[in-house]
Design a protein around this ligand. Structure first.
Ligand code: SF4
Length: 274
């Protein structure tokens, strides 16, 4: 590359940028690509700059408006794991649950009592997705059965739905010891199951409960509820709202009103309670 005339290097850089934009058009709009994806393009631009600093300036300007840099690149998830395609295409939801029950794909397998796959109605109005099982859930093998689960039941009731009419799952299917937040490796290992689960459950609407679910589903390690809540997103053509985790509502009363505002967005879209 270093022997090529600068014009050729510039053309290569522009072609690489065009290719990147084409690839982005064909990919799901909500999956934000980690900064690492742009590294080859940046390397080409840097080589162009070495060949002629002045002429290379427009190239740097062309690249600058790219995806927002991710704060902690190491924790960016593997995009391939977020595809709605899955390697269990021949399995139905019950068979997928059996696959999860024997999973050893991450270290959480070593400390769980039970896997917590998820439960509820197929084709529900709403699928709620939380972070991961806590102590009660680990014991029972069911999602949201502790105090946070009781509050979630109340939230669902306030939406004029019942738990049985919804589907409830978590990003990771095994309890992190000490109720710690699952790390990037746990989420990346477990996300293919959630993707396969959503595909089979076919919810009308998804509600993400808490920052961990938002990080996983938006592929944004820097996601925070405060910046994503209060609006309806589209996720693979499924409307989706982000709100606070019921455990956070139990800790912080001030989150209750905004959480209710978020649920009202769901209700309005689904014509509930009217
Ligand atoms: S958390 Fe998910 S990936 Fe890890 S062992 Fe459990 S089921 Fe497998």
């Amino acid at each position: 590359m270093k022997d090529l005339p600068f014009e050729v290097q510039l053309n290569n850089a522009v072609a690489a940028l065009r290719h990147l934009l084409e690839v982005q058009k064909t990919q799901t709009p909500l999956l934000i690509r980690p900064a690492a994806v742009n590294r080859p393009l940046r390397q080409q631009v840097q080589k162009g700059a070495a060949a002629g600093r002045q002429a290379a300036a427009p190239v740097r300007q062309a690249v600058a408006p790219g995806p927002r840099p991710v704060q902690n690149e190491i924790q960016a998830f593997n995009l391939a794991s977020l595809s709605l395609g899955d390697r269990w295409n021949n399995l139905d939801l019950g068979e997928l649950e059996k696959e999860v029950a024997k999973c050893q794909a991450c270290e959480l397998a070593g400390t769980r009592t039970n896997t917590v796959f998820g439960e509820g109605k197929i084709k529900p109005k709403v699928m709620f997705i939380g972070e991961g099982p806590g102590g009660e859930e680990d014991k029972e093998g069911r999602p949201f059965v502790g105090p946070a689960g009781q509050l979630l039941d109340k939230m669902i009731g306030a939406m004029t739905l019942s738990r049985q009419e919804c589907y409830i799952a978590n990003v990771v299917k095994c309890r992190p010891p000490g109720n710690k937040t699952p790390d990037a490796a746990h989420m990346e290992a477990c996300l293919p199951y959630l993707m396969a689960q959503i595909k089979r459950v076919q919810p009308e609407f998804i509600v993400l409960l808490g920052a961990v679910a938002a990080k996983a589903m938006f592929n944004r390690p820097d996601a925070v509820v405060g910046r994503l809540r209060a609006k309806v997103h589209q996720w693979h053509d499924i409307p989706l709202v982000v709100t606070y985790h019921p455990a956070a509502l139990l800790r912080e009363q001030g989150y209750k009103r905004p959480a209710w505002e978020d649920l009202k967005l769901v209700m309005a879209r689904l014509n509930l309670g009217g």
